[in-house]
Ligand binder design. Structure first.
Ligand code: NAD
Length: 345
């Protein structure tokens, strides 16, 4: 457990407002980051009650939570965050202290093919959750957003980074829907006094990520000696963060972040896509001849790079898992769980 988290726990224990039996609703908790967050929270705060609300779309997989499913303090509710009746019922029954919203349609390529479900879940769903927070007097609504709301940066200006004041300038229907939700969150904070925080994190990787996403796709294809499709020339740059470092950042923000604030989360780990695929090939002992360059994604963002100095300074967060360690753990996990994508419970 990192210093930041240890410090939060110590501070919480001496804080009058702290209730050891806090209840947290985690939406999208059967997805990649949401399930990692639930596992992290139940380990870090064994007395918290966690309510996972998830529609179980193609991206949700309950087996991600298999290790904790029999815990008395975890409840799973299959529900759509756009379903106002179902959402209000969970809030009525559980009286949560904190709501963390991971539920989203999250794949850029799908948003280009069919944007409407992105608008429905990512925008309307967020509004329904915040209406419930206002109605039931919830103390903290945390919106899990993304660095993609800032658009992209040029490849030839490594000095430029996204900070929290960078204007929103989206490229895809996915990022536009996430930016819209962020604006709504800020509006609910200002207009209704809802206590909100937003995190904007760079690209995550780790266990339980659906194989349509870049890193698991490359690992699984390489394991099966299938072609490794890379967009364009592979020169696009992404800023990678191991998923549990993101979870720790959210833990710090929901407990200690300031109302109404946005926190960027990233580990200064920029890499060209092609270099990342080559690294995976080397780790798995596979030939680079598997790499095939395919027609570039429409509107493909060139470079993302986060300036995380605010969360470093205000909340003492720093990434703990270096890239080589994180990617090796991830590769090992996919090797040991090759059937995971076909399982559910
Ligand atoms: P994911 O696609 O793996 O999981 C999304 C989860 O949301 C799934 O379990 C799905 O069943 C659920 N869901 C979808 N629509 C729903 C609805 N209408 N009602 C209830 N549940 C619904 O996504 P992820 O990669 O874990 O991303 C989680 C959040 O983090 C998203 O909001 C995403 O924008 C954000 N984010 C992701 C990354 C990343 O690199 N993956 C980086 C920064 C931010």
């Amino acid at each position: 457990m990192g210093n930041g988290t240890e410090q939060v726990k110590n501070e919480l224990l001496t804080n009058e407002l702290f209730q050891p039996d806090r209840t947290i609703i985690v939406t999208g908790g059967a997805g990649f980051i949401g399930s990692n967050f639930i596992l992290y929270m139940l380990e870090t705060y064994p007395d918290y009650r966690v309510i996972c609300v998830d529609k179980l779309t193609y991206a949700g997989n309950l087996s991600n939570l298999a290790a904790v499913m029999d815990r008395q303090n975890l409840r799973f509710v299959k529900a759509d965050i756009c379903d106002r009746g179902a959402v209000y019922q969970v809030f009525e029954e559980e009286h949560p202290d904190i709501v963390v919203n991971f539920a989203a349609e999250s794949h850029v390529d799908r948003s280009i093919e069919a944007p409407s479900v992105f608008l429905e879940t990512n925008i309307t769903g967020t509004a329904v959750l915040m209406d419930a927070c206002c109605k039931y007097g919830i103390r903290r609504f945390h919106q899990v957003s993304t660095d993609e709301v800032y658009g992209d940066l040029p490849l030839d200006r490594p000095d430029l980074l996204f900070d929290e004041e960078t204007p929103l300038r989206t490229s895809s229907p996915y990022s536009a829907s996430k930016a819209s939700a962020d604006l709504l969150v800020q509006a609910y904070c200002r207009t209704y006094g809802l206590q909100t925080t937003i995190s904007r994190c760079s690209n995550n990787y780790g266990p339980f990520q659906f194989p349509e996403k870049f890193i698991p796709r490359m690992i699984l294809n390489a394991l099966e000696d299938k072609p490794l499709p890379v967009y364009g020339k592979g020169i696009n740059v992404r800023d990678w963060l191991y998923v549990t470092d993101h979870c720790r950042a959210i833990d710090l923000i929901i407990h200690r972040g300031k109302d109404g604030e946005v926190y960027n989360v990233g580990g200064h780990n920029e890499m060209k896509n092609i270099d990342l695929v080559r690294f995976i090939c080397r780790e798995l002992g596979k030939p680079e001849s598997l790499i095939t360059f395919v027609e570039d994604r429409k509107g493909h963002d060139l470079r993302y790079a986060i300036d995380p100095s605010k969360i470093y300074a205000e909340l003492g967060w720093k990434p703990e898992i270096g890239f080589e360690e994180g990617i090796r753990k991830t590769i090992r996990w996919y090797c040991e769980n090759r059937d995971w994508r076909f399982t559910n419970i």
